[in-house]
Design a binder for this molecule. Structure first.
Ligand SMILES: Cc1cc2nc3c(=O)[nH]c(=O)nc-3n(C[C@H](O)[C@H](O)[C@H](O)COP(=O)(O)OP(=O)(O)OC[C@H]3O[C@@H](n4cnc5c(N)ncnc54)[C@H](O)[C@@H]3O)c2cc1C
Length: 217
């Protein structure tokens, strides 16, 4: 019988991975979530606390799903504190997914913070389709940078480049992700741009891509 994604499912945390001091990936078994499309999210119930939307991250193991949490307010801090063996409730996956044009050859991904999470699943799909990919990771400083090595591994079967920009300039190139985007567009062309992250960043990415007439999602 097909799973009704609107009914909450109990899952048990099987693995955790600290990405930074305040960002953590939690992995658990769930066949339905493991098949989610790039860009989709789960509703995650933290028992006794609240339910939060969380984008689905890449998980290597079969039937395994993952979410990556940044510790912020009450809900995300409770979720961040969860350990192996503890239970969560999940519903979904929900939401639209990124679309990849059949003739896309080279794409640009621009992400900041946990906006990088859905872009990782997109990167996995681009890797599968052997589409060349440039990823810009924006962060405030070196200690806030995450997924650089993960993205490199995810994109290992396709031509790719990862550019890290930090606002304080202590790692990668100095400046924010949109400055890095402006710079790279002076040298290279892309069939599509995909972005996810802080609203202000996404608005700037949209403006820049539009100025170059590049389709954006
Ligand atoms: C579709 C979708 C996908 C998402 N995917 C992810 C994801 O992959 N990973 C992820 O981490 N989040 C994701 N989010 C955001 C997530 O759902 C929560 O909104 C986020 O974790 C904050 O929830 P919270 O209850 O902890 O914070 P809230 O209590 O809602 O607080 C939000 C903001 O208030 C401020 N704040 C709250 N409490 C304090 C405090 N004690 N001190 C100082 N400031 C405070 C902070 O600035 C904080 O950012 C996603 C959201 C959506 C809509």
């Amino acid at each position: 019988m097909p799973t009704n994604i609107n009914i909450i499912r109990s899952v048990f945390i099987e693995r955790v991975k600290y990405e930074t001091r305040s960002v953590k990936t939690i992995l658990f078994k769930d066949r339905v979530a493991s098949k989610a499309k790039p860009g989709q999210f789960l509703m995650v119930w933290i028992p006794g606390v609240e339910e939060l939307p969380m984008s689905l991250m890449v998980a290597d193991d079969e039937d395994c799903a993952a979410i990556t949490i940044r510790r912020q307010g009450v809900g995300s801090t409770a979720l961040f504190g969860k350990q192996i063996g503890e239970m969560l409730g999940i519903r979904g996956p929900y939401g639209n997914n990124f679309k990849i044009a059949p003739d896309a050859r080279t794409v640009l991904l621009v992400g900041g913070g946990t906006g990088l999470v859905p872009l990782m699943r997109l990167a996995a799909k681009l890797n599968e389709m052997r589409i060349c990919c440039t990823l810009i990771i924006g962060a405030s400083s070196k200690r806030e940078v995450f997924f650089e090595n993960t993205a490199d591994a995810i994109l290992s079967h396709t031509k790719h480049k990862i550019i890290v920009s930090t606002e304080n300039g202590n790692y990668g190139i100095r400046g924010n992700a949109t400055e890095a985007m402006t710079q790279i567009l002076k040298e290279e062309t892309f069939d599509s741009v995909y972005t996810c992250g802080p609203e202000l960043m996404m608005k700037k990415v949209l403006d820049i891509a539009s100025a170059y007439s590049i389709p954006i999602q």
